[in-house]
Design a protein. Structure first.
Length: 573
């Protein structure tokens, strides 16, 4: 083997004398095999001698002071381990094995191949592993529920969404065909009127999901939540994915509401699709964390029998990750910029698949618009999850304006004459002059005058804790605070607004302070109207105690009273 002189490939700034050359070449033997410390070629760079037993050149080293920045080719110049040899690193010894690839378009490492392609607006959409191009849902969004109680093209369980760095698992959501024989069919199923079991109370239009359907959904919930429990157990001391934890909790709460709370048919449908969406998303997230993220990071690919939703992206790295993992992906590029010098292999140009013919798009008139404008996928998902937490459209009887006058920061001054020593002041009937003259103090030793028949009863002190086996346990601190209330002080707002001193639910004292036989009737009446009270959509800020008492004493089991029969005070109320 010829052993060229190192003087021919030295750095131009290396000062090498003839004596140095003679010293290095004195043992030159072109016929001998080279050992690891011999030099096929050598160079003196500064104070150091560089030799190599198996290369034909000496690359100028990139060690010493570094100035790390991108160059015009969007790489890092001599500090880029994919471009130039680097000093050996104990922590990253693999850097020396990076392939030195020639800039050849025919090289098999060029990955951008298009099975089909479509031009939509100014952009070119290609996919290496799908047979269609779904029309994108990006741009201006009008987020609202559709007639199937889902979110149309903005729903990640129905249509592919733009890739989200924060929610990459959305592309793994299962695309389930609407086939009754599919074991996961109930994750895309909608209840029908036959699945709605009306309440046995007096309210029309309120009921629950048929028990058979509840059991089917419960089995799907148990499957997913059991998988989540196994995932958490495998983590040991590590914390689970926080989004997975939230979805697991949301699944449990949603199923509990379907099992327990009466609802209208509309509310029932929303609850079912909400549960389905949570299950599909948690399944996808666990698939991403446990299976596909490791594949994207280098684990061997696995076969996947589930059709996935896929993602759009303009990031080639995401295209590679999803392609390597066997997941549908659509690469979005500027068509004008791509057309010149286009080198990728496209097998077919297709028309984009429109969502309008495949999913419900007509807006549901019973629900408001949630958002209108531009938003990325993560923001859309946040809006959907947020609406699910507040969607139940029953009024809050406690959501009333402040009793304080907004124009005044402090209540009106209290007049001394208005105060009463009574802990529960009640109005007394005024006496005329003749009555005053007739009213005299009783003589000593005389009997206490008999109680008048129509004398008004003293109302129960609603600030006092009810002590009864039927009453719930009173919180001591709350009971103590109630005892400290100065009921002699007039209200800050005078006159009080109509909703003041109203009860959103019947005062417990109504049931406790009556004889047992009457209590049974009151309880039965409340159970008959409770579903209607909770599910009503009308504005309701409660009733007074007497109004609740009158309502509960109505016999809801008897036929509707005629006009002649409706003459009592209770019937009129």
């Amino acid at each position: 083997m010829a052993f060229p002189s190192f003087l021919e490939i030295m750095s131009s700034n290396a000062s090498v004398t003839s004596s140095v050359s003679q010293a290095l070449l004195k043992n030159r033997d072109s016929a001998a095999s080279l050992g690891p410390f011999d030099g096929n070629v050598a160079a003196v760079i500064g104070k150091f001698l560089y030799t190599t037993p198996n290369s034909s050149f000496i690359p100028f080293p990139s060690s010493g002071h570094r100035d790390l920045h991108l160059r015009n080719d969007y790489r890092y110049g001599p500090d880029d381990p994919t471009l130039w040899p680097q000093p050996y690193s104990e922590r990253s010894p693999h850097l020396g094995l990076i392939a030195r690839i020639p800039n050849d378009v025919n090289n098999p490492l060029h990955f951008l191949v298009g099975n089909v392609a479509a031009v939509i607006g100014k952009f070119l959409y290609t996919t290496p592993n799908s047979s269609f191009i779904p029309f994108p849902s990006s741009g201006h969004r009008d987020l609202h529920l559709r007639n199937d109680y889902r979110y149309g093209p903005d729903d990640p369980t129905l249509w592919p969404q733009p890739y989200s760095e924060r929610s990459p698992h959305l592309g793994l959501i299962a695309r389930i065909p609407n086939d009754v024989n599919n074991p996961l069919h109930f994750l895309v199923w909608n209840p029908t009127p036959n699945d709605f079991v009306a309440s046995t109370g007096i309210a029309n239009g309120v009921g629950r999901l048929a028990q058979q359907r509840v059991n089917t959904l419960a089995s799907l919930v148990n499957r997913t939540r059991s998988r989540f429990s196994r995932y958490v157990a495998q983590l040991g001391d590590k914390k689970p994915n926080p989004v997975a934890t939230l979805l697991n909790t949301a699944i449990h709460h949603t199923l509990t509401r379907l099992q327990s709370l009466p609802a209208t048919y509309t509310q029932l449908n929303f609850g079912v699709t909400e549960l389905q969406r949570y299950i599909l998303e948690l399944d996808a997230l666990l698939d991403y964390v446990e299976i596909f993220k490791p594949i994207m990071d280098g684990a061997p690919p696995v076969s996947d029998s589930i059709q996935r939703m896929g993602v759009y992206t303009s990031n080639p790295r995401v295209v590679q990750d999803f392609h390597h993992a066997g997941l549908p992906v659509w690469y979005v590029r500027d068509f004008k910029a791509t057309a010149d010098g286009f080198i990728n292999n496209i097998l077919e140009i297709v028309e984009p698949t429109q969502f309008s013919s495949l999913i419900a798009t007509e807006k549901h008139t019973g629900f408001p618009s949630i958002f209108s404008g531009k938003a990325d996928t993560a923001e859309i998902i946040d809006l959907i999850h947020g609406y699910s937490r507040r969607w139940l459209a029953t009024p809050n009887p406690f959501d009333v304006p402040s009793l304080l006058n907004p124009a005044s920061a402090s209540p009106a001054p209290v007049q001394i004459a208005e105060l009463s020593l009574s802990s529960r002041p009640t109005k007394r009937p005024k006496l005329d002059e003749s009555s005053k003259s007739k009213s005299k103090a009783p003589a000593p030793g005389s009997r206490k005058p008999a109680k008048q028949k129509n004398e008004p009863k003293v109302a129960r002190d609603t600030f006092a804790v009810i002590e009864s086996p039927l009453a719930p346990f009173a919180i001591p601190s709350w009971a103590a605070a109630l005892r400290e209330v100065d009921q002699s002080t007039p209200p800050a707002t005078d006159p009080l607004p109509p909703y003041a001193r109203m009860y959103a639910y019947p005062d417990p004292g109504i049931f406790i302070t009556v004889p047992a036989e009457r209590r049974q009737r009151l309880l039965e009446s409340w159970l008959r109207i409770a579903d209607a009270s909770r599910a009503t959509r009308s504005s309701f800020h409660g009733m007074k105690i007497q109004q609740w008492r009158d309502l509960l004493f109505i016999d809801f089991t008897s036929p509707i009273s005629t006009q002649d029969e409706a003459s009592t005070f209770t019937a009129k109320q």
